[in-house]
Design a protein around this ligand. Structure first.
Ligand code: FEO
Ligand code: CA
Ligand code: CA
Ligand code: CA
Length: 688
């Protein structure tokens, strides 16, 4: 039994210095060990990863570019859940995207076929597709205090890929916009892609979030064909609003497969095919509408079909975090839409929480109960420190067929085109909403706003936005290498407190927990949170609360902040900090003058300077992003992901040798994204 301490005096570790070493650095007294690397086999009979570009069969290996991640405790043996088991569990891990420059023997190739059409080779693209998705892998600690390993031959291991069958669930299931050649009735889809952040649902499932899916599609700029039987030019507008462009990121749609009946490549071509049916069921015009969802996976059942939860809206989903679960109260799920000037959302279930559901045996049916029926809201931040949640409900506030800007046909249409609905409602454009996290003690919600190169003193084009109270900075960030970054180069972390501290509330108050900045930046207009060399950071992205209990039986909420930075990289690799939260309103108002893109002075709300309650805990290897964080129930083990080490190099010019370099700082061979285990050498609780 523990008592809760909201904010102990200091964190019990010495801050790690900023550095550019090719190593994961953790504080003295802690050990970081590499656990699960891109390419590692997860089934018996799969060859060890050669890491020279010759490897195949990523559907039975760890995918690339690990991202969001959750730990699910297992009973001592078998597949039954035991959330409290801190020595055996399942890790569910997103594989957001790939670094193809390291995936093949040489560079990725494209060549002209006999007709002169440029095509990618099938064998390369199969690997690239299968290296996306999600891993579920069994992890085990030797004894109670020994080394962690993943169990390569576990029957519980699973890879979910862009080819894995999925079911649509919620209000948009069966909608005309989801009809494709694969699913003529719009009830199923294939796979998940660009899985960025995540959430652990309180009933024991994993929610994975589809972020930059739009970039995987190619669509002709002259394609104005109707996409449903009814016809809907608005859908063409939607393609543009969500960023579906004329060329795809990896050119998968160009493959001419050996089996001409295969559609796993042509599905990425979202243009109309004249010979096919007008309603979209003859081709893959509607395929982009089948992505951009929160996908729920039962990690304990490898044969289960994942469900795309359409009630939570379609966007560039970053993560989904449950608010406090209180019996008899409708729970909320907080979500960021990561794009410049996009919005923050919450979904409130129609059903109040029943504590018995935390251990219900049919986990996906429990997901149906809480995630298929309810109301999606989008946030509007007012200058006076208040805010309001605006409902995305068809027929209300202009979300109807008569809307001059974006006519809507139904509730399903509103959810499929949530960004358009947010535009109509007047939601506040934010500086790229990434992860959401909820303080488990008081329910306050934090959201990383990673940076925004399109924030200006004065809006100067359709893609820029002027500073406002919740996004108050636009400045010139000068690098030590002579370069500059502009807009909001370093990002900030906004937090909000629901009225009555209730997940059901439709109003809130807000302030900024911390502004990212160089420690030596101008304190009046840039380093507003007074960061120093022990805690200065840039571009916060990963964000998560743990609630570990110390030796004295005191539980304390710890905020983990991870960075994905392109600004402060002249000084340091990306990092993870640990913070002890204060409360919304514990600071002051400050007036901020803009120096980038027109002069403006904005009053914002700055939380109390974090000081010694925010410290750098980890610095990653070269050219990486630190993203993905989870903990065992006892808080004695945390798992952290290193994404895209050496991303600026390629097979012929390797710029990081991590994780081979982890022991000494030097090594050989191609870099690999990986999960790292961190424990305290005295066996204690991480951070306390
Ligand atoms: Fe995949 Fe918004 O980070
Ligand atoms: Ca992210
Ligand atoms: Ca990154
Ligand atoms: Ca990011």
């Amino acid at each position: 039994r523990s008592t809760v301490v909201v904010s102990p005096a200091t964190l019990a570790f010495t801050a790690v210095a900023k550095n550019k070493n090719d190593i994961v650095t953790v504080p003295t007294g802690y050990t970081a060990t590499v656990l699960y690397r891109a390419g590692d086999p997860i089934a018996s009979g799969v060859a060890a990863f050669a890491n020279n570009g010759s490897d195949t069969n990523y559907a039975q290996r760890a995918g690339d570019n690990h991202d969001g991640m959750s730990y699910f405790g297992l009973a001592a043996s078998g597949s039954a859940p035991d959330a409290g088991n801190s020595t055996r569990g399942l890790l569910a891990i997103n594989h957001e995207y790939i670094n193809p420059q390291y995936m093949h023997v040489g560079a990725p190739t494209t060549a002209a076929d006999a007709a002169g059409v440029q095509r990618r080779p099938e064998a390369e693209v199969v690997k690239e597709i299968e290296a996306h998705g999600v891993s579920v892998v069994e992890v085990l600690r030797a004894g109670n205090t020994g080394a962690w390993s993943y169990v390569a031959a576990s029957a519980l291991n699973r890879r979910v890929t862009p080819n894995t069958p999925m079911a649509f669930s919620g209000p948009a299931r069966g909608d005309a916009q989801l009809r494709t050649r694969y699913s003529a009735d719009g009830t199923t889809g294939r796979g998940t892609i660009n899985n960025c952040a995540n959430g652990a649902m309180p009933w024991g499932t994993y929610a994975t979030c589809e972020e930059n899916w739009a970039g995987y599609f190619a669509r002709s700029s002259t394609d104005t064909a109707v996409r449903t039987a009814a016809g809907n030019a608005r859908q063409v507008t939607s393609m543009s609003r969500y960023g579906v462009g004329t060329s795809s990121r990896y050119g998968w749609e160009t493959v001419a497969p050996a089996d001409a009946s295969s559609t796993i490549f042509t599905r990425w071509n979202a243009s109309a095919v004249a010979a096919n049916a007008a309603d979209g069921t003859g081709d893959f015009r509607n395929e982009p509408f089948t992505f951009g969802w929160v996908v729920e996976i039962d990690p304990y059942d490898p044969s289960s079909t994942p469900r795309k939860r359409t009630a939570l809206g379609r966007m560039a989903h970053e993560g989904v975090m449950a608010g406090r679960m209180i019996a008899g109260v409708k729970p909320a799920f907080y979500m960021g839409d990561d794009g410049r000037n996009e919005y923050i959302y919450k979904f409130v279930s129609a059903t109040a929480w029943s504590a018995a559901d935390a251990t219900a045996s049919n986990r996906l049916a429990t997901g149906d109960k809480y995630l298929d029926t309810g109301t999606l809201y989008v946030a509007k931040f007012n200058a006076d420190g208040t805010g309001i949640w605006l409902p995305l409900v068809f027929g209300q506030n202009g979300l109807d067929a008569n809307n001059a800007r974006y006519p809507f046909a139904s509730q399903a249409d509103v959810l499929i085109n949530a960004r358009l609905a947010g535009d109509v409602l007047g939601a506040t454009p934010m500086d790229r909403p990434e992860w959401t996290a909820v303080n488990p003690v008081n329910g306050e919600m934090y959201c990383t706003l990673t940076n925004n190169s399109n924030r200006r003193g004065v809006a100067s084009s359709s893609s820029t936005r002027a500073v406002d109270a919740a996004n108050p900075r636009a400045y010139v960030d000068t690098r030590t290498d002579g370069g500059t970054n502009s807009g909001n180069a370093n990002g900030h972390i906004v937090r909000l407190r629901e009225a009555n501290d209730s997940t059901e509330s439709l109003t809130f108050t807000w302030d900024v927990y911390a502004f990212g900045a160089r420690a030596n930046a101008n304190a009046d207009n840039v380093n507003l949170s007074g960061l120093d060399d022990t805690n200065d950071f840039s571009s916060p992205d990963g964000l998560w609360f743990g609630l570990p209990t110390n030796a004295a039986g005191q539980a304390s909420p710890l905020l983990f902040v991870q960075t994905d930075d392109g600004a402060y990289t002249d000084v340091t690799n990306c990092m993870m900090l640990i913070g002890m939260p204060g409360r919304v309103g514990d600071g002051t108002t400050k007036s901020v003058t803009t120096t980038s893109g027109g002069t403006a002075t904005t009053t914002t709300r700055v939380g109390a300077a974090p000081g010694a309650k925010l410290k750098r805990f980890l610095v990653g290897p070269k050219e990486c992003e630190i993203t993905g964080i989870t903990s065992t129930a006892d808080g004695r083990t945390i798992f952290v992901n290193v994404q895209h080490p050496g991303e600026d190099g390629n097979f012929a010019n390797i710029t990081s040798n991590w994780p081979q370099s982890q022991a000494t700082g030097t090594g050989t061979g191609r870099p690999r994204a990986a999960t790292v285990v961190i424990t305290k050498d005295d066996g204690g609780v991480v951070g306390l």
